[in-house]
Design a protein. Structure first.
Length: 271
């Protein structure tokens, strides 16, 4: 165990947290996860993404937390909601969901100074076979990445595990966005790439906190950011999916801070 060491950083600027810090991350992560559990029943055809965001904003307050995204670089919503070919950072609005739409909802909260950051996929109405496979591959890719987390491995091992799995399924991994360090800040070193060469990059050490959040496209990996300077979409308009967990590196693997308390992390829970 790490004990009560003073703040440490690696040569790559990655902070090494103490044993006691894991509790704070669990508390924040569980609030974020509970909010995503609570929103599941509201994701139905005909609802607007703005209405979903309002429910989320109210839940953030109900749980005694603070939204990390409202006011962040001018952003004014408690969530990012990315529908169909939107890769990430979709802005909630008045457009309503249609039957068969898939969407990623991403929530970050602050609890006692700690940041809980997680996202998962949802389906409005009936899930098609094509979209079900995309969601399943993306979900499994996240856990392939998490399986690569243990002291002595590298961040390149995480990216390689995700990329090799996704490409074997004839899908593509987005290169333009990545996971990130977090803890008592929203974004910090390292950048956690979802592609890469095994054995490359910084070495994983016990006490590192970061997100893994692969974005997977049915088509090509290229993206573009729209004129609002937030919304990222696939260039070829192919469907995209994403799952995200916040984790801490332990002596023998990964501690997932944002597990769903109700087992709702995968959208086919109801089937």
């Amino acid at each position: 165990m790490l004990g009560d060491k003073k703040e440490q950083k690696t040569k790559d600027g990655i902070r090494i947290y103490q044993d006691a810090d894991f509790a704070g991350m669990h508390k924040a992560g569980q609030v974020a996860a509970r909010i995503l559990d609570d929103i599941a029943e509201h994701v139905v055809p005909g609802v607007s993404t703005a209405a979903l965001d309002k429910i989320i904003e109210d839940k953030v307050t109900d749980y005694g937390s603070t939204s990390a995204t409202i006011g962040y670089r001018g952003y004014q919503h408690a969530s990012c909601i990315s529908v169909n070919h939107v890769v990430c950072h979709g802005i909630p609005g008045e457009k309503t969901l249609k039957d068969g739409d898939i969407l990623n909802i991403d929530v970050t909260v602050i609890v006692d100074g700690w940041f809980g950051d997680t996202s998962r996929m949802y389906v409005a109405g009936k899930l098609s076979r094509k979209t079900e496979r995309l969601i399943q591959v993306t979900h499994d890719a996240l856990f392939k990445g998490i399986e690569a987390v243990k002291p002595g491995n590298t961040f390149g091992d995480i990216g390689h595990a995700i990329q090799s799995y996704v490409e074997a399924q004839r899908m593509s991994v987005v290169r333009d966005f990545c996971g990130h360090g977090l803890g008592q800040v929203f974004h910090a070193p390292p950048n956690v790439l979802h592609y890469g060469k095994a054995g490359s990059g910084p070495v994983l050490e016990e006490g590192m906190f970061f997100t893994i959040e692969p974005m997977v496209n049915l088509g090509r990996p290229e993206t573009k950011v729209l004129a609002d300077d937030w919304t990222a979409v696939t260039r070829d308009k192919s469907l995209s999916a994403q799952f995200e967990h916040s984790i801490g590196v332990t002596a023998d693997g990964a501690d997932i801070f944002t597990l769903s308390p109700s087992g709702l992390f995968h959208p086919t829970y109801a089937s």
